[in-house]
Design a protein around this ligand. Structure first.
Ligand code: NAG
Ligand code: NAG
Ligand code: NAG
Ligand code: NAG
Ligand code: NAG
Ligand code: NAG
Ligand code: NAG
Ligand code: NAG
Length: 469
């Protein structure tokens, strides 16, 4: 099974550069770093952006005889610093390690003359950009956002009108990502875009790009709670390997410390372009880490959590309503920016990776059937919904991190797209019996029970405020 996974990953590098990628052959050619990019898919989405690694080989180019007549995008912010809460844990871990600087032996030697990677805690939560990061870092969040803007311009430029709206949640890093992408689009297409800032606030209820904020009954930590009493043997093995030559040091590494160092590897790569901390891990360590992360995601932000379908249904229903009204709406491009959690909830409600599995092993790594939610939302993760017109019929297809992912059970259209009549049934089935307002008890915090911003942005002012987080 391992060999299958590895085959997927190596296959992906063969078709990693479809013609329509971004006219960013230019941009991607600039990507040079000493980082081993093949580990990015194992970092639980905390590291730099990469293409969805498991492709069926379906060409991303628009199928012959088809044109894109309407497109939607939901994107995560680009590469960033750790959040303040994770950053605090990292500082605490560094305080514990730095006592032994100069004394480490074996793999931990890298810490002997190490400098902590964040110079000021004000950077926590922020997108990385050239003001504070070495500009040669190819994985900077601002660059990823600009490349995304060019990608959109190259593939969907003809659909833009003169005053196309773009929607961002009010989180600082999300807003900045949207701004960088918008600047690139305006420059490429010579148009003016109209940025709408949708409040992240529980009082916003359903009228939000982050509808989980108002879900009173939602426990997003459910995934972590599953592992509360579980000893993960792979973490013990890693600890033993590191401590073998350091048994003289009065240092106790916890399971959490070891997992935190995987995040450390990912975030330093976002900030500096590479990290020696990544070398502490062998490939099999990362495979195990990534599996348990996906299990955590499944129960916290995927279909293993009973509230995720109701939360995700808000953006799914809005997306479907835009899709069905495409012919009547002047605007043909609907770009939205938010967080990984919101995208995972949307994708879960949509069921793009729903395989019916309801339980995953907490004891050992399972290779069959695991939903790789982390592959959907690396930094800069994005999902495009395209409405295709082919001869006289309409079809839908989804492109996740620049790879075509077919709708389960609905692939009879050109390029394995889904015919619109079948898509109607598919969505009706996914939304059947789902009720965000009552399941989430949102009326405890908000009276707003419908998402309207895509329709009323001309009348209502959506202007923030933008938060620092
Ligand atoms: C891609 O961009 C480069 C540099 O901006 C430009 O020279 C080239 O003509 C573009 N190619 C296409 C196919 O648009
Ligand atoms: C770049 O990042 C810094 C630090 O996070 C931030 O203060 C600044 O506003 C950012 N610049 C832009 C143009 O986004
Ligand atoms: C949420 O909105 C309420 C009412 O508009 C406001 O008082 C509050 O400050 C907002 N909270 C945040 C975190 O923005
Ligand atoms: C973990 O153990 C504690 C104490 O025995 C127990 O209360 C809790 O329910 C357990 N958690 C899980 C998820 O089984
Ligand atoms: C080892 O470290 C612990 C925790 O920092 C401390 O309480 C203990 O006194 C130390 N033991 C020795 C022998 O230094
Ligand atoms: C979807 O949106 C329509 C139109 O706003 C609404 O009538 C319907 O109740 C919504 N369905 C769900 C499941 O949210
Ligand atoms: C497509 O639709 C047009 C207008 O409704 C019609 O004249 C034409 O025959 C249709 N073509 C096909 C191949 O169905
Ligand atoms: C919702 O509306 C009702 C009636 O106007 C009001 O009493 C209640 O406080 C509102 N709830 C919230 C959370 O705003």
């Amino acid at each position: 099974m391992l060999s299958i996974l590895v085959t997927f990953l190596s296959l992906s590098s063969i078709h990693a550069a479809p013609i329509s990628k971004d006219n960013g052959t230019v941009c991607y050619a600039l990507k040079s770093s000493t980082a081993d990019a093949s580990i990015f898919p194992f970092l639980n989405g905390q590291g730099p952006h990469y293409d969805y690694p498991q492709s069926f080989g379906i060409p991303v180019e628009v199928p012959d005889q088809c044109t894109v007549e309407h497109v939607q995008m939901l994107a995560r912010h680009g590469e960033r610093y750790p959040t303040a809460s994770k950053g605090k844990l990292m500082i605490a871990l560094w305080d514990k390690l730095k006592v032994f600087q100069g004394q480490f032996d074996g793999p931990l030697e890298i810490f002997n003359d190490y400098e902590f990677f964040v110079s000021d805690t004000k950077y926590f939560d922020q997108l990385t950009n050239s003001s504070d990061v070495d500009p040669s870092n190819p994985y900077m969040g601002s660059k990823t956002a600009e490349i995304l803007g060019k990608y959109i311009a190259f593939n969907y430029g003809e659909l833009f009108g003169n005053y196309t709206p773009v929607f961002t949640s009010s989180s600082g890093r999300v807003y900045q990502t949207a701004k960088y992408a918008v600047s690139a689009l305006e420059e490429e297409l010579n148009v003016q875009l109209d940025l709408q800032i949708i409040q992240e606030n529980e009082t916003a209820g359903a009228n939000s790009l982050t509808p989980g904020d108002s879900c009173v009954s939602y426990n997003g930590d459910l995934g972590d709670e599953y592992f509360e009493n579980v000893t993960l043997s792979y973490l013990t093995d890693i600890k033993n390997r590191w401590m073998k030559k350091n048994s003289n040091l009065n240092l106790t590494l916890e399971q959490d410390d070891i997992e935190l160092l995987v995040d450390w590897c990912a975030f330093v790569t976002n900030i500096k372009g590479s990290s020696t901390v990544c070398d502490l891990f062998e490939r099999n360590d990362l495979i195990a880490y990534s599996y348990y992360s996906d299990v955590t995601n499944f129960y916290g932000r995927g279909l293993g959590n009973p509230l995720v379908k109701p939360i995700g249904s808000v953006l799914l229903n809005a997306s479907y309503n835009l899709f069905t009204q495409a012919d009547d709406l002047d605007n043909k491009v609907w770009l939205s920016f938010s967080h990984d959690t919101d995208i995972q909830q949307f994708v879960s409600a949509l069921g793009l990776f729903d395989n019916g599995v309801t339980e995953y092993s907490l004891e050992q790594v399972e290779f069959q059937d695991i939903q790789k939610l982390s592959w959907v939302t690396p930094m800069g993760g994005r999902i495009f919904t395209e409405k295709l017109k082919c001869r006289n019929s309409s079809y839908v297809r989804y492109i996740v991190n620049d790879v075509v992912i077919p709708v389960p059970g609905c692939t009879s259209g050109p390029g394995f797209s889904c015919p619109i009549e079948d898509f109607d049934d598919y969505i009706a089935d996914r939304l059947n019996g789902i009720d965000y307002v009552s399941s989430c008890e949102i009326q405890q915090v908000s009276n707003i029970t419908e998402l309207t911003f895509y329709w009323d942005y001309n009348e209502v002012e959506y202007n923030g405020p933008v938060s620092n987080k």
